[in-house]
Design a protein around this ligand. Structure first.
Ligand code: HEM
Length: 148
């Protein structure tokens, strides 16, 4: 039997963005830029970063993938992927799996009017690398990205 006979007809209507995702639809697409990293215990470095936000029609969730690379050599660095889950009440949760073995949940709020999203790490799992006895919590990375 020809498998194609069982395939559904191709969709002819345009993809529908789920109402929960509409306020954050400005994210959808590819963002790229660069930044600086550092920590008292490591050498400072410059890195490139790319984010891709995608959306499956009618699902209340945004797919997210991120990768970084050394600006000096192009060598891959950290990568992560997950889902951004906006709620109609203006709150949002983000679940992420990281290439360094960590899993993370971030929660926060978004503003449709100002295109601002504020997230705070709520949970980090499998985090043996996070244990730093010598250094207090402080910034590690700062980058600026633009949508392509
Ligand atoms: C939430 C994400 C991240 C966490 C929790 C994290 C955490 C850490 C920690 C705890 C260290 C060890 C510091 C020490 O040795 O005292 C470290 C080192 C380092 N991080 Fe990150 N980091 C993250 C993301 C990234 C990203 C996105 C990059 C690259 C753009 C990066 C690049 C580095 C580099 C180059 C080092 C030093 C060398 C190494 O240990 O691999 N990190 N990070």
């Amino acid at each position: 039997m020809d498998a194609r006979e069982e395939s559904p007809a191709p969709a002819t209507s345009p993809p529908v963005i789920h109402p929960a995702v509409v306020p954050l639809s400005f994210l959808l697409g590819t963002w790229r830029g660069q930044g600086e990293g550092g920590f008292p215990t490591i050498n400072s470095f410059s890195y490139g970063e790319e984010l891709i936000f995608s959306h499956s029609p009618n699902k209340p969730v945004i797919g997210y993938t991120q990768k970084t690379w050394k600006l000096s050599s192009g060598e891959p660095m950290h990568g992560e992927s997950g889902y951004w889950r906006p709620k109609p009440d203006g709150t949002i949760e983000v679940v992420i799996a990281q290439s360094n073995g960590l899993v993370e949940v971030q929660k926060g709020i978004y503003s449709f009017e100002e295109n601002v999203i504020q997230l705070q790490s709520e949970m980090v799992g499998n985090a043996s690398k996070m244990a730093t006895n010598t250094v207090t919590l402080q910034p590690h990375l700062k980058a600026t990205l633009k949508k392509l």
